[in-house]
Design a protein around this ligand. Structure first.
Ligand code: P6P
Length: 332
């Protein structure tokens, strides 16, 4: 079967739908190239001398893995000269990073988690890169942190690359969700799935059950019903999966259905939740909604939230529409 590369797909989408301006296509290609380099570094494992802690911490108070720092540097370097962004922001950087050279500036903002789930790196479990593209505000010469504080509905593109048995880039530019698998011989991402759709119902849920004692009553009720299986009110058995790598868990859900939950709980309430809005919840919510799923905090649609700070955290419930609507309804 003729292989369609990421570049060909983006050009054909532009011709057909006119929703991918050349600059956005070129930015997505820069990010894809950076993800290829990250995939190579991650794939070397112990042979690459980049496992283990970097000996530094990030603004989240998390110990940085060497690969966190390396992945962040790869994405920064690729975009500094790429000429498509005005500024970058990352989980691994306290503040946003404005492009200084006027000749290398573009009209977009790129915000990313360079290596999500990196605590799994040293035990060889799938990790990923999550990215979100926003428009740089008109007339702002040097966009700072505030420029990134846009609701998720303002995203022009969102995607992730999961470094698993194969390396897959999953992307939306607002007209469906499409998956590309890295062909290591060609060195390019090849289209392997068009218009991914999340089944509206599921038998799989994804939550860190060790937090059960901290959950709010609606979540307690929902999970208890799932655990009751066919003897309970749901009248069917459910299965649980928790990889502790959002990219891996959400990719499974986009591929075969499920519900991913990191709900508000008494442990994370003071900081607003566990997962970060701008570079985890928002891009994943755009992808999930574009694939026919739903994404809420338990109380409101994630994409409608007005961010207040760069590293803001939020509760996250996303995946199969009917399940997300059910547990969100329990919060009313
Ligand atoms: P816990 C990884 O650190 C992450 O941000 C997500 O990728 C993942 O879903 C979650 O945190 C795991 O959290 O509390 O189970 O370790």
């Amino acid at each position: 079967m003729k292989q369609i590369s990421l570049t060909q797909f983006l050009i054909e989408e532009q011709r057909a739908k006119g929703n991918i301006k050349p600059d956005l296509r070129l930015l997505i290609e820069v990010v894809a190239r950076a993800c290829k380099a990250i995939s190579i570094a991650v794939g070397k494992g112990a042979l690459g001398g980049v496992l283990g802690d970097a000996g530094t911490g990030n603004i989240q108070g998390e110990a940085q893995k060497k690969l966190d720092v390396l992945s962040n540097e790869i994405l920064l370097e690729a975009n500094e000269w790429g000429g498509h962004v005005a500024a970058l922001a990352s989980e691994e950087m306290d503040h946003s990073y404005p492009i200084q050279n006027e000749q290398c500036k573009g009209g977009y903002l790129l915000v990313f988690d360079p290596l999500d789930g990196s605590s799994n790196i040293d035990v060889n479990i799938s990790v990923g890169t999550i990215f979100s593209v926003l428009k740089s505000p008109e007339g702002v010469a040097q966009p700072g942190d505030d420029a990134f504080l846009q609701p998720g509905t303002q995203q022009v593109a969102a995607g992730y690359t999961v470094y698993g048995p194969s390396t897959m880039l999953v992307l939306t530019v607002g007209s469906g969700v499409h998956a590309f698998t890295l062909d290591r011989e060609l060195g390019s991402f090849v289209l392997t799935q068009r218009n991914m759709q999340i089944p509206e119902d599921t038998k799989e849920y994804s939550i860190n059950a060790s937090n059960a004692r901290f959950w709010e009553p609606p979540v307690q009720r929902y999970i208890t019903e799932l655990q009751a299986g066919k003897e309970g009110p749901r009248e069917r058995d459910f299965n649980m999966r928790w990889v502790a790598s959002m990219v891996a868990d959400v990719h499974r859900i986009i591929t075969r259905g499920g519900i991913f939950m990191y709900p508000l709980d008494s442990k994370t309430k003071a900081q607003g939740g566990k997962l970060r809005l701008l570079y985890e919840a928002n891009p994943m919510s755009m992808i999930v909604e574009q694939a026919g799923g739903a994404a809420t905090t338990g109380r409101e649609r994630i994409l409608d939230l007005q961010p207040q700070k760069l590293h803001q955290r939020v509760p996250v419930i996303m995946g199969s529409k009917n399940e997300v609507e059910r547990v969100t309804g329990y919060h009313k």
